[in-house]
Structures are given as structure tokens and as C-alpha cells.
Design a protein around this ligand. Structure first.
Ligand code: HPA
Ligand code: ZN
Length: 324
């Protein structure tokens, strides 16, 4: 498309990336082999063929199965450096990456193995590419409040290395209200707060994320567009939305990329950003996601999206200014 070189040249931050969702099929086989773990696929083609989802839960079932090959600190480090190699190639200069500790601790992998591996990968990426990184600890919302509190307690030695807590996994039936007290406790420890809301869940879940979780950033937020009062509120408070076009299409949140609401979001004054969510599962990294919606946008809007990613980041003001 005509915007390809322009998109590639834009410096960007990535604010919605699940590191477990960056596990490419080839890596899945490599980690399975070195850890002697069985996986239910014959080859890379069979894995790719399984990535045909009709909703969020379809995807999550396969995503959690894929994560089983991740066992050692080296796995988490290698996963992270591989993601940052690809992100840097897309001119991503900063990334705030989600991880799902419960997916690993529930399999007996110590919290410290996960987080130390991720931090080692982040340090390596900064040394290689000059890309800065932050960690966001996500609670799995299909699990209960007590499990989230236990995870928050396990993270205590690393609070100074974690930027924020987040909320992901199966949305419908697990409203933000379920985690209001955990998010309150996290904020007392100085952690920022983000949450997936309005991906499949109704506008009321977005309102709960604002009112009960006191979020600093909204992940997805697509269904907020169904509620005019809510849109006005999000625009007025300059809430950053981390939008993920290829994910939206693959999970049938949006039926046709040509009708993706990104243009409407910008026209409503929302601070939208473009992100890859789970790039190994949804068919592309940040530049692919920009390209997926580029036919709907002009160059000034592409610049706005890239600028928004730094404005919506948890970098300090001086660092944001340096990136703009
Ligand atoms: N939504 C909810 N949970 C997730 C996602 C998502 O898009 N990706 C990974 N976990
Ligand atoms: Zn996500």
C-alpha cells in the first residue's frame, strides 16, 4: 500500500502486547524440543491451521496450551529478545509488555523464573536496539480475586520493576468489579492500572474499569463506541485506548477490517494507539497492524496514532518529549 514506507519510518511505542502471544510456531517447537514437552501439533503448518478463531475464548484455549512449552528463565528471556528483535525492526522504540504470571505459576513455574527471564530479555533488547521496556503484570480475570491477591503478593520483591497491573483473559462474565480491591491494593504499592475492557464485554465494563479500577489506560475499548456519554468522557479525560486491529479481526470483534472503527475513534477525539496484542497468533506485528487500517487513514492520522503511543506510555514527561 502507498503508506508502507511511511509507516515503517514512524517511531512508535507498543502498549498492548502479551509476551506469551509473541510465541511464534517455530519457537514453540524449539522450546518443546529443548524442554522435552509434547505438543499436539505435527508441524508449523498444523499450528498455523489451528489459528482460526471465532471468538476470544477460542483463541485463549490455544494460547494457554501454547504457553506450556515455556519452562525456564532462558525460555522467557529468549521469547522476549525475539519479540524485541521484531519490534525494533518495525521501529518500535519503547514497549510496555503484558505477562500472565498465573498461566505459569499454576503449572509450577516460580514467579521469579518468569519475571527474571523477562527482565533479562528486556535488558538485552535495550543493549541491542536501544529499545526501552516496561512490564505489566496481568491478572487472569477467569480466576478468582483470592488468586489475584496471591499473585500480587508473590510479585512483591519485584514491585519496583513492574510498571502496572492489568486484567486480561475471558471478559464476559468477569467484570472489572471483581478485581476492584486487588487494583486498589496494587495502587497502594505504586503500580499503575490498565484493563482489557469493551473487547467482547459491554460499555458498562469500560465504565467499571474507569470508576472501580481507576485505570490509567484502556485496553481495546471498542465497545465504548456504543455509548455516546462514555465516548465523551474518554475523550475529555484523554484516556489512551490500545487498539489492536488484526486481533479485532481474528477474534471477530470487527467483521471486516475495511470497517474497523479506528477512524471513528480518532474523529471522536479519542487517544487511540495501534498495537499487535498477540502477534504470533493474529498474523502480524505493529507495522502490519498499521497497514491493516492504513487505507482508512491519512498521513496526519498515522502520525497522530504513533504520537499517541508515546503520550499514552508510562514513560516520564522528559522521555516522552524526546520521542515526539
Ligand atoms: N483479550 C483478553 N485476554 C487476552 C488477550 C485479549 O485480546 N490476549 C491475550 N490474552
Ligand atoms: Zn490483549
Amino acid at each position: 500500500t502507498p503508506h508502507d514506507a511511511f509507516i515503517a519510518g514512524l517511531p512508535k511505542a507498543e502498549l498492548h502486547l502479551h509476551i506469551e502471544g509473541s510465541l511464534e510456531p517455530g519457537q514453540m517447537f524449539a522450546f518443546a524440543r529443548r524442554n522435552r514437552v509434547d505438543i499436539p501439533f505435527a508441524d508449523v503448518e498444523a499450528v498455523r491451521a489451528a489459528y482460526d478463531f471465532s471468538n476470544l475464548q477460542d483463541f485463549l484455549d490455544i494460547y494457554y496450551a501454547g504457553a506450556e512449552v515455556l519452562r525456564t528463565e532462558e525460555d522467557f528471556r529468549d521469547l522476549t529478545t525475539a519479540y524485541f528483535d521484531r519490534a525494533a525492526a518495525d521501529n518500535v522504540r519503547h514497549a510496555e509488555i503484558f505477562f500472565d504470571p498465573q498461566t505459569h505459576t499454576d503449572r509450577g513455574i516460580p514467579f521469579g523464573v518468569v519475571v527474571e527471564g523477562l527482565l533479562a530479555g528486556m535488558a538485552e533488547a535495550e543493549a541491542r536496539h536501544g529499545v526501552t521496556a516496561r512490564l505489566i503484570l496481568c491478572f487472569l480475570r477467569h480466576l478468582d480475586e483470592a488468586a489475584a491477591f496471591a499473585t500480587l503478593a508473590e510479585a512483591e520483591p519485584w514491585y519496583h520493576r513492574i510498571a502496572a497491573v492489568g486484567l486480561d483473559s475471558s471478559e464476559v462474565g468477569h467484570p472489572p468489579a471483581k478485581f476492584a480491591r486487588v487494583f486498589q491494593a496494587a495502587s497502594v504499592h505504586g503500580l499503575k492500572r490498565v484493563a482489557h475492557a469493551g473487547e467482547e464485554g459491554p460499555p458498562d465494563y469500560v465504565r467499571e474499569a474507569l470508576d472501580l479500577l481507576h485505570i490509567d489506560r484502556l485496553d481495546h475499548g471498542n465497545r465504548a463506541l456504543e455509548d455516546k456519554t462514555l465516548v465523551t468522557r474518554l475523550a475529555r479525560q484523554a484516556m489512551t485506548l490500545t487498539v489492536c486491529p488484526l486481533s479485532n479481526h481474528k477474534l471477530c470483534v470487527v467483521d471486516d477490517l475495511a470497517r474497523h472503527p479506528i477512524r471513528a475513534m480518532l474523529d471522536h477525539g479519542l487517544r487511540a494507539t495501534i498495537n499487535s496484542d498477540d502477534p504470533a497468533y493474529f498474523g502480524g506485528y505493529v507495522n502490519d497492524n498499521f497497514r491493516a487500517v492504513a487505507p482508512l487513514l491519512d498521513r496526519a492520522q498515522l502520525v497522530t496514532l504513533a504520537r499517541n503511543s508515546f503520550l499514552g506510555s508510562f514513560l516520564d514527561d522528559a522521555a516522552v518529549t524526546r520521542h515526539l
